[in-house]
Design a protein around this ligand. Structure first.
Ligand SMILES: [Ca+2]
Ligand SMILES: [Ca+2]
Length: 453
């Protein structure tokens, strides 16, 4: 448009400066007409230019508002809520993108499916919803001598065949039947009687541990018998005394009658267990009482109840307080480091997370055995290192080994005599080209019971 206007103006100027050469200059009217046309042209161009500007502005505004909406959408984006499996628990409440939740099963159940699931960018969860399956303790056919195995939560019991007892029906039951033949005993029946005449002697009762015997006299010979659990002792065939099974089978070859304490009773015996245990269905061994499941504990709301053999523990997970970094609880058993200020090296070298785990074990557990496994879910670097932290006590009983590329395992190397509480820390560090990317600490507390059952 400016080019055309300049041409028109040049034409006009030429005419105004060269009138003397007699050129045919346009008339004033014609010039005014031309100027008007130029003005129209200019206005049209101006309007079109303004329209283009307005369109451009509109487009920029639209882009800005779309970008804002997407940002808000991203912040509000969460995956659908996940439920805890039946007979299990879910750890982690956040359903936002890149957060993860963990699943645990109650004692006696095993997890089938994903142990952890991550909320992905696509707003779907990784992995599959896990379930908790009752561990079938009868799978290995633990009941001997024709016993029937009954699978229970976290344990099994054996219903023994007749004549057998014990946790796995391994012990033959003692049978007592005493027949005495005493030829010197006085006879009241007529000698030489053709028919067998029998009579019963009068009873003599002297307390629950002594009972009268039952005697029959057949052809001049007295046969005395006792009730089960009693025997004739000494010369007096008229009385039966209780058999002290606890004493008699104290060091029996088939094993002790009772795993804990044997109590002799008139005509029998029973087993008793220490505080915190119930006698098992077979009457011989002891079974821990789960105080956490049966609400027989006094843990407060901010504590977690950990069932142990013979008791329970109330524990509280507090995030560590260290000078270089701060931590926030992201699940009941896990603390994660808050973002570090830029260039704060001490903070960025502090552990990224602390996880807490509690194990209950019986005294004198055989070793070596794997107690705990630590795995990297989504390794970022090229190398993972696993190491054992903690003092001399931890090193005396534990060691850390790698079981595969992504997993380290805490091994118990020597049996621990309870009651005792042991602590071990497993550090997993992630490296990329020998540069540390992160450190993750797992603190494991082991409650060792006083007894071996
Ligand atoms: Ca007895
Ligand atoms: Ca208990």
């Amino acid at each position: 448009m400016f080019v055309s206007a300049a041409v028109v103006i040049t034409l006009m100027c030429s005419c105004s400066f060269r009138p003397i050469f007699g050129q045919d200059c346009p008339s004033r009217q014609e010039i005014q007409g031309s100027l008007k046309q130029v003005q129209k042209l200019l206005s049209a161009h101006e309007a079109s230019y303004m329209q283009s500007l307005r369109n451009l502005k509109k487009k920029i505004n639209l882009l800005q508002s779309n970008a804002g909406k997407q940002l808000t959408k991203a912040i509000n984006n969460t995956c659908t809520k996940l439920d805890a499996p039946i007979n299990g628990r879910k750890l982690g409440k956040s359903h936002s993108v890149s957060h993860e939740v963990h699943f645990l099963c109650d004692p006696g159940y095993e997890l089938v499916g994903s142990e952890s699931r991550v909320c992905q960018e696509s707003l779907t969860w990784s992995g599959q919803q896990p379930t908790c399956r009752d561990i079938n303790e009868c799978a290995s056919s633990p009941c001997l001598n024709g016993g029937t195995c009954v699978d229970e939560v976290n344990q099994f019991s054996c219903v023994c065949a007749k004549g057998w007892a014990g946790a796995t029906c391994q012990s033959p039951l003692p049978t007592f039947f005493v027949t005495m033949t005493n030829t010197s005993a006085a006879t009241t029946a007529a000698a030489g009687a053709a028919a067998a005449a029998a009579s019963t002697l009068p009873a003599a009762t002297t307390g629950p541990f002594v009972r009268p015997s039952r005697c029959t006299i057949v052809q001049g010979t007295t046969h005395c018998t006792c009730e089960p659990g009693y025997t004739i002792s000494g010369r007096d065939t008229n009385t039966c005394t209780d058999i002290d099974e606890c004493e008699l089978f104290h060091n029996g070859q088939a094993g002790k009658l009772c795993l804990h304490t044997c109590v002799n009773t008139p005509g029998g015996y029973r087993c008793s267990c220490p505080v915190g245990y119930n006698v098992t269905r077979d009457g011989r061994s002891c079974k821990d009482i789960d105080e956490c499941a049966t609400r027989q504990n006094n843990c407060t709301k901010d504590q977690m109840c950990i069932n142990t053999y013979g008791g329970f523990q109330c524990v509280r997970v507090d995030c560590p307080k260290i000078p270089s970094a701060t931590y926030v609880k992201t699940s009941p058993m896990r603390c994660e480091r808050n973002p570090c200020p830029v260039d704060n090296k001490a903070c960025s070298q502090a552990p990224n997370s602390f996880s807490y785990h509690y194990l209950a074990v019986v005294s004198n557990l055989s070793a070596p055995r794997v107690m705990f496994r630590v795995s990297a879910l989504r390794p970022m670097g090229d190398t993972l290192r696993f190491s054992l932290l903690g003092g001399r006590q931890a090193r005396r009983h534990f060691t850390v080994q790698r079981s595969d590329r992504l997993t380290g395992q805490l091994m118990l190397v020597s049996p621990v005599q309870g009651p005792a509480t042991l602590e071990a820390e497993v550090e997993m560090s992630e490296l990329e080209k020998r540069v540390q990317l992160g450190r993750y600490i797992t603190k494991i507390t082991m409650f060792v019971s006083q007894y071996e059952f």
